[in-house]
Design a protein around this ligand. Structure first.
Ligand code: NAP
Length: 309
């Protein structure tokens, strides 16, 4: 019998477990710390598994990240022959579409200004900019970046995107590679970061790159907190180079109570909730991948360890 070990949020784990037992009664599903026989575990579904856990699974075949990224994993602690699969499932995609759309529309329609004006009991209409005149750029044109672009298109925004390899997306001005970053940034009134965190993208939102944005641009960071140099953001907001930021991710998480982001009048923060793995849909995707693996087919969402995503 195939044995699966789940080590992530235990409440959601119970939903995973019931879906597995309904759909695949031949698979043993264990929720950490109940592990069954460790020597028999072939599939690990985990968020931040301790290195000694991986080392204690001699028969491990695949490691499934329970989240969209893999930056929380110590890849060096995972045997080279064990594929690592990130979570690509409809629940995460839908959540990110909602959050990115909410944030773009909030910035486009000056919500940060109106929150401040309400606090000051000030009635002061701001001229509405047509969507076609608002340039929205997405860093990262992967599963999530492209889904967000697709949904923003019908609003009429002027869209551009940036990725590592060239893309052709109807209605989106696509840029690829580090040498095109400045040109891309120069045309983003609203910049969304949807990159994975890798050695190449850490601190990519820094003093230099923020200075390349048009004056008064706004930032949405839904990638990872470590994409952003925090002091660079504060300086850019204070100088007027940036007008506002919506941050779903930060370093550390949770952010300490004394951190200047909490009370900055031009920053809106949420506690890393832009999108979450939904057990109802994610369990089916992992089950499908287990079947694929057992049939010798390619795993959907397998990462390239060399690229780091
Ligand atoms: N805040 C939240 O709640 C939340 C939820 C889910 C995910 N996320 C974040 O969103 C990230 C993206 O997820 P995804 O599923 O869209 O990932 P993905 O499908 O792997 O796409 C990543 C995109 O980033 C691009 N990229 C990577 N490194 C780059 C570099 N050095 N220069 C330029 N472009 C680069 C890739 O370019 P290529 O296409 O050329 O490979 C690709 O287009 C996740 O890694 C995670 O950090 C956050």
């Amino acid at each position: 019998m195939v044995s699966v070990l789940y080590k992530a949020d235990p409440d959601r784990g119970r939903t995973w477990s019931s879906i597995f037992s309904a759909r695949a009664p031949d698979i043993e599903f264990h929720i950490w710390p109940e592990t069954g026989d460790l020597a028999r575990v072939e599939y690990l579904i985990a968020w931040e598994p301790p290195p000694d856990l991986v080392a204690s699974l001699p028969n491990l075949k695949v490691l499934f990240s329970s989240g969209a990224g893999v930056d929380h994993l110590d890849l060096s602690a995972i045997p080279a022959d064990v594929p690592i699969v990130r979570m690509v499932e409809p629940g995460i995609v839908d959540g990110m579409i909602e959050y990115a759309t909410l944030s773009v529309l909030a910035l486009h329609r000056n919500l940060v200004d109106y929150i401040g004006q309400q606090a000051a009991a000030r009635w002061l209409p701001i001229k509405v900019v047509p969507a076609a005149a608002r340039r929205v750029g997405v860093m990262g044109l992967g599963v999530l970046g492209q889904a967000v672009m697709n949904r923003l298109g019908p609003f009429g925004f002027s869209l551009s995107g940036w990725s590592r390899s060239p893309k052709h997306i109807p209605g989106v001005a696509c840029h690829a590679g580090a040498e095109t970053l400045d040109a891309f940034l120069g045309q983003c009134d609203i910049l969304i970061c949807l990159l994975p965190l890798t050695d190449d993208t850490r601190n990519i939102l820094n003093q230099r790159s923020l200075a390349r944005l048009p004056r008064g641009a706004a930032l949405i960071n839904v990638g990872r907190g470590a994409h952003l140099e925090q002091q660079a953001l504060l300086d850019a907001l204070d100088s007027g180079q940036l007008s506002a930021a919506i941050l779903d991710v930060c370093v550390p998480e949770p952010l300490p109570a004394a951190h200047p982001f909490w009370h900055h009048p031009r920053i809106l923060m949420t506690p890393h909730i832009a999108s979450m793995t939904q057990p109802e849909t994610a369990a089916l995707i992992v089950l499908d991948n287990i079947v694929r693996h057992r049939n010798g087919q390619a795993l959907l969402g397998a990462i390239d360890r060399h690229r780091g995503y």
